[in-house]
Design a protein around this ligand. Structure first.
Ligand code: GDP
Length: 294
């Protein structure tokens, strides 16, 4: 995960690390390298410029040049700024409600169904009762896929293969959850290969009808700036509550993780790091920043 970015950032900072004295010229050169490492990682140019400007200002403010361990202090500033860039504090999901309803949105292939299974498993392990809902009315295979995952993690899956009305399916599922005492309903919706009006209208209608406790937008981190742009479009239509970044296990660059919070102003809440049901983590910006800095 993020190997390229890690490599380039470390190379950029190496010249400062471990040195007793550094000069203004050293710092300026490093700042420039850090900025290049970020843009090479597909971080939005403005985001990369802003963060490196802040790092420089903090370095001046905290008198890095005349500090005892200038390299260490500089790394600490970069760590703080990366943490802030990715959202600062970790943000949990709201699961209050009777039932709490979690709506899952995103493009086809982004990892929605896999994430729905993982989230169900995660919440079940916390002792909660969960109902998974297959609301993809276009791909019968999507229903089967969710059923397989539900079986795997021991969570019931609600579906109506003959019904072509996603709003109704979601509403009926919530009624069913109330009847059977399930406290959390996870609604997996249909995605398309690219943003299109039919998909957006449908998911908007589902959202309006079921007023979810939490709407999560799932996106493939490997698509870099495209991920950020898709997030922007979905957010304008859905005003979602949080982002789920998937396929981080295959993402060497990390541009989406670093840009999405600033561009969309919504927190990343979960990260998905593999196909297995256990490969799900709550997103902690500070831990991710430490990881990126090696
Ligand atoms: P959906 O169309 O949005 O529901 O996407 P799926 O859940 O079907 O996922 C699409 C493909 O990506 C499947 O082959 C998944 O196994 C795979 N996938 C999902 N999440 C991850 C992840 O975090 N890492 C990796 N490597 N593969 C993933």
């Amino acid at each position: 995960m993020f190997e390229n970015l890690q490599d380039k950032l470390n190379k950029a900072i190496k010249t400062l690390k471990g040195q007793g004295r550094i000069t203004e010229i050293n710092v300026a050169a490093t700042i420039k390298e850090v900025r290049r490492a970020l843009t090479d990682a597909d971080v939005n140019y403005k985001v990369a410029k802003d963060i490196t400007d802040r790092i420089r200002d903090k370095a001046i403010d905290r008198k890095v040049l005349i500090s005892v361990e200038p390299g260490q202090l500089f790394v600490k500033i970069v760590q703080e700024e990366l943490t802030e860039l990715m959202g600062g504090e970790a943000q949990g999901i709201n699961v209050k409600g009777d039932p709490a309803v979690i709506l899952i949105a995103g493009l086809q292939g982004s990892g929605k169904t896999t994430f729905s299974g993982k989230l169900a498993s995660y919440l079940k392990r916390q002792g909660r009762t969960v109902l998974l809902v297959a609301a993809d009315i276009y791909r019968p295979a999507a229903i089967d896929q969710l059923k397989v995952l539900g079986e795997q993690v021991g969570v019931e899956v609600y579906s109506e293969p003959e019904n072509k009305n996603a709003v109704q399916i979601a509403q009926n599922a919530i009624t069913q959850a109330r009847k059977t005492g399930k406290k959390i309903v996870i609604v997996d919706t249909a995605g398309r290969l690219a943003v299109d009006e039919v998909m957006m209208k449908e998911i908007e209608a589902v959202k309006r009808a079921i007023t979810p406790t939490e709407t999560l937008f799932v996106v493939d981190s490997m698509t870099g700036q495209d991920a950020v742009n898709t997030a922007k479009t979905f957010n304008e239509r859905l005003d979602f509550d949080g982002v789920v970044l998937t396929k981080l296990d295959g993402d060497a660059r990390g541009g989406a993780a670093l840009s999405i919070k600033t561009v969309v102003n919504k927190p990343i809440k979960f990260i998905s790091t593999g196909e297995k049901m256990e490969a799900l983590d709550v997103f902690y910006p500070d831990r991710m920043a430490s990881r990126i800095l090696g």
